[in-house]
Design a protein around this ligand. Sequence first.
Ligand code: GRF
Length: 202
Amino acid sequence: KKVVVFISGGGSNMLALAKAAGEPGFPAEIVAVIADKADAGGLAKAAALGIPTHAFLRKNFDSKDAHEAAILAELDRLSPDIICLAGYMRLLSATFIQRHEGRIINIHPSLLPLFPGLHTHQRAIDAGMKVAGCTVHFVTEGMDEGPIVAQAVVPVVDGDTADALAARVLTVEHRTYPMALRLLAEGKVRMEGGRVVTRDVE
Ligand code: GRF
């Protein structure tokens, strides 16, 4: 299966996906990385792995629609089976999502539906949570909404800072995202009528 990964930042999840995809027998291949920032650290990491990269800077377009139209045109050329959002910091429009319905997944560093959006780690700490984690979910129109494909849990420890918790969650993100991508690429998980349907998942 052909996969395009969207990033805005350091791209450590993109790298985890690319590493997994490089393993023998992995059912998906990263065919391109798309960024909305020219300085996204992940762009250099992808290029170093020989993965084609494309940067679409919002400021080079008059509107959100024009920005998305350019990205959609690139996707038409790439014709991916799966789109993985990996730290992509823009909300995709309904039009965009409908064009790739059921093909887009995202990773969010909280146990959704708890703490969607920004500052998720600090909010988990402030709420007195004893566990935190990450969620891979299908992308629907709401931010960090959409049916859940996979989750992983880490402890919150006494005196945790948002940064310390983020680092702990990130380590499980790097395992959970490739696992979720594998399930999707193997056709063991799909979205149907707004829900996740699984087949042969142990
Ligand atoms: C990750 O925590 C991801 O869950 C969140 O943004 C962070 C991106 O990190 N949405 P990276 O760019 O993959 O290193």
